[in-house]
Write a protein that binds this ligand. Structure first.
Ligand code: V0V
Ligand code: CO
Length: 150
């Protein structure tokens, strides 16, 4: 089951400047920073809210490492803005299989490494009415990803 919105991915040219906008305008603080070479991004995770029953919701700010990466290509074509939406689930493997079975292209044969040790896969935007859609399972139900410890 897809049980929540895990994050909204936002493409930007300058990660530090965009982080500062979200801090000074809304008060959102950076919870985590990471470089994901495979995905071609430098990213910052800003926690919007956390719950005790399945994890938090984040803004994922994304600066491309390379022009020919997914985010780099997107920025060149569309400029800054919303790049993808990510739904959270306890079982990314099962959800990917289920969606694939409904005729939607899943981009990876097996989930890959995402932010904060999560496992992620993507659905092709052309099969999702123009929305690049990610499915994500958090690393573990612990504080690192906004779960309650009790
Ligand atoms: C491309 N398209 C999009 C899109 N990117 N549509 C909606 N939202 C996007 N973000 C459309 C584009 O308009 C074209 O449609 C078509 O897809 C092909 O675009 P393209 O520029 O030729 O790009 P491709 O085919 O080289 O790559 C598109 C895909 C690529 C979706 C295959 O972006 C990809 O592999 N994305 C998944 C990985 C990713 O995005 N990683 C960065 C986030 P028309 O105009 O021809 O109809 S990493 C992340 O989220 C992490 C680490 C995490 O959450 O933990
Ligand atoms: Co993402």
């Amino acid at each position: 089951m897809l049980s929540r919105i895990d994050h909204i991915g936002i493409a930007c040219h300058d990660l530090d400047a965009t982080v500062e906008f979200y801090r000074s305008t809304y008060g959102f603080e950076v919870h985590h920073r990471e470089v994901n070479e495979e995905q071609g991004v430098r990213e910052a995770m800003l926690r919007v809210n956390g719950t005790d029953d399945g994890g938090a919701t984040w803004l994922q700010l994304l600066q491309p490492l390379r022009e020919d990466s997914p985010v780099g290509k997107w920025l060149a074509r569309h400029g800054e803005g919303v790049h993808h939406i990510a739904f959270g689930t306890d079982d990314v493997d099962a959800e990917a299989d289920a969606v694939r079975g409904r005729g939607v292209r899943v981009l990876y044969d097996a989930p890959r490494r995402g932010s904060m040790g999560s496992r992620i896969t993507f659905l092709h935007p052309q099969d999702c009415h123009g929305v690049l859609t990610e499915i994500v399972t958090a690393a573990a139900p612990d504080a690192a990803r906004g779960h309650s410890a009790h």
